[in-house]
Design a protein around this ligand. Structure first.
Ligand code: SF4
Ligand code: SF4
Length: 169
């Protein structure tokens, strides 16, 4: 391809985007609403349920302390350590549950896939910034709290590009 042809190709490719509407969300005043509750995995069916891969949620009444989530993370980010918990649960004889370091986690979701007991899912919460590295470590108690992330702007995609509008439902 000659340089003149290349120039026209580049202009053609660029001009296709001139008519596409752009939009910006004014975060944190405007927050995006995600579809679903976050990424989950159904071990019985062996299928993942699509959703945003944000901060995890840990269900203490389901976690057996089997460590499979932590073993899965070992070769990826070593973000999970199993720690002692204060409360007793009949399904968790060892009294240990995962603690996650979000300074290391890459949000791959493989720990969720590895959990055979529906104890570990992900949520829509991505607001995890902290002033210290220590504050990025979430204990089993912190992981059990349902996040209060509430996005209210939905993305509308059509042939003219994407726009956002407030969800009034
Ligand atoms: S999402 Fe991936 S990196 Fe994060 S804790 Fe789970 S397995 Fe580790
Ligand atoms: S969260 Fe799931 S995989 Fe991890 S220790 Fe608990 S039961 Fe096992």
């Amino acid at each position: 391809m000659s340089s003149i042809e290349g120039m026209f190709k580049a202009l053609e490719a660029g001009s296709k985007h001139v008519l596409i509407k752009r939009f910006t969300l004014f975060y944190p005043e405007q927050k995006l609403k995600f579809v679903g509750d976050g990424y989950q995995f159904d071990p019985k069916e062996g299928v993942g349920i699509a959703g945003y891969r944000g901060r995890h949620i840990l269900f203490h009444d389901k976690c057996t302390g089997c460590q499979l989530c932590s073993i899965m993370c070992e070769g990826i980010a070593e973000a999970i350590s199993m720690v002692k918990i204060d409360k007793e649960y009949k399904q968790n004889k060892k009294g240990i549950m995962p603690q996650i370091d979000y300074g290391k986690c890459v949000f791959c979701g493989l720990c969720v896939d590895a959990c055979p007991f529906y104890a570990l899912f992900m949520t829509d919460d991505y607001e995890l910034s902290a002033y210290t590295k220590e504050h990025l470590i979430y204990t089993p108690d912190q992981l059990s709290i349902k996040p209060n992330y509430k996005g209210e702007y939905v993305i509308d995609i059509n042939e003219f590009g994407a726009t956002h509008k407030k969800d009034i439902k």
